[in-house]
Design a protein around this ligand. Structure first.
Ligand code: DHK
Length: 167
């Protein structure tokens, strides 16, 4: 019997997101990073994907993560956290990703400090989602699945087909 590989969406998280749940809950909410990971896994499974979920507090390691997934992932969800606003290295790495990239932020970065309004990532992202909390990760995964189905020419799941009609 032939084995079929389940395609993978990479979900990459930057600094301080490991402390979600206890980190400034009035801003970031009470869901932990494990809760976000579980939401990503459930959502991805619904549309026929695996999730490679990672977090680091180090800029170079985030660059390494991007390198590791850049040719294999069907899509990348990235919350580069503070590196969004500072890192040309992260942007340059994301620019080499073959698949679409969706930038996600838990908070509405445009309604916060001035320095959070600029993103180095946005220019190499297909879409940007901010201010939806953990649901933003789920939206991003569904969007990437819809884009992948478009590219493949055949929808993987009915939900993806529905999204495709509205894309
Ligand atoms: C997370 C961070 O850690 C901040 O540095 C960003 C982002 C916003 C978020 O909303 O998920 O400015």
């Amino acid at each position: 019997m032939a084995l079929t590989m389940v395609p993978t969406i990479a979900v990459l998280n930057g600094p301080n997101l490991n402390l979600l749940g206890s980190r400034e809950p009035a801003l970031y909410g009470t869901a932990t990073l494990a809760d976000v990971r579980d939401l990503c896994r459930r959502t991805a499974a619904e549309v026929g994907y695996d999730v490679d979920f990672r977090q680091t507090n180090h800029e170079g390691e985030l660059v390494d993560f991007v390198h590791e997934v850049r040719e294999t992932a069907s899509g990348v969800v990235v919350n580069a956290a503070a590196y969004t606003h500072t890192s040309i290295a992260v942007r340059d790495a994301l620019a080499m990703v073959a698949a679409p990239v969706v930038e996600v932020h838990l908070t509405n970065v445009h309604a916060r400090d001035e320095f959070r309004r600029h993103s180095y990532v946005a220019g190499v992202a297909t879409a940007v989602i901010a201010g939806c909390g953990p649901a933003g990760y789920a939206f991003a995964i569904r969007h990437l699945a819809a884009l992948d189905a478009q590219t493949a020419g055949a929808p993987r799941m009915p939900e993806v087909d529905g999204a495709r009609q509205h894309a």
